[in-house]
Design a binder for this molecule. Sequence first.
Ligand code: ATP
Ligand code: MG
Length: 227
Amino acid sequence: MLQLTHIEKTYTTGEIQLQALRDVNLHIQAGMMVALCGPSGSGKSTLLNICGLLNQDYFGEVRFAGELLMRDYRQAMEIRRTHLGFVFQKFNLVPVMTAFENVAYPLLLNGLKAVEVKRCVMAMLDHVGLIKFAHYRPDRLSGGQQQRVAIARALVHQPKLVIADEPTASLDSETAEQIVALMKSLGREKETAFIVASHDDRMTLHCDKVIHLKDGVIQLEENLCAA
Ligand SMILES: Nc1ncnc2c1ncn2[C@@H]1O[C@H](COP(=O)(O)OP(=O)(O)OP(=O)(O)O)[C@@H](O)[C@H]1O
Ligand SMILES: [Mg+2]
């Protein structure tokens, strides 16, 4: 579904060049949950930004659903809007919008009618156990509740792939466990693939594949789903 071939990424800051990814090859199949591990600075977020078509300044090839991406801003935006979802460490909810409005946002971007938006958002909030909080703004929700809103927002338009950068890093361990379990069950139900950067071993335990990065190089790829 998403295929990266010979990806190289260099950041240039003034005179200094830093190679953040070297010859990275990665294939994420439909419905698969992939963990991305590695020490701070190993290139996890850089790789996720390329997978999420947020950064197109790289060498190598990225294919989405078989289609070669041409580093075209409009093409990337279109794929992000229709086929990708994002979850971040700091939740990134819009503070002035209610939980309902935050989750509705991707559907409005996709041009759904109001009645459909309402149906999908309420179903999604129900899935993540937050129906009662639909009209709360993020500042009235706990960290775990905010992350559940963020997951609902990432999945509401039924994307093919969700990109999650340290989704459990701001949560206590019990909440983190629930969030991972929730992502896994929702992903399985809708055949959504996930690629998740994490320092958290509990996260990797739930994944089909674990990729270990160090200094921008894939050191090891463990397939756990074949067992
Ligand atoms: N915008 C940028 N400009 C210059 N260098 C950058 C930029 N973003 C990241 N880097 C560098 O690229 C390398 C990889 O960074 P990246 O953020 O991908 O690591 P990471 O594995 O996500 O780390 P962490 O676990 O701390 O989030 C690091 O050496 C970092 O300093
Ligand atoms: Mg990072």
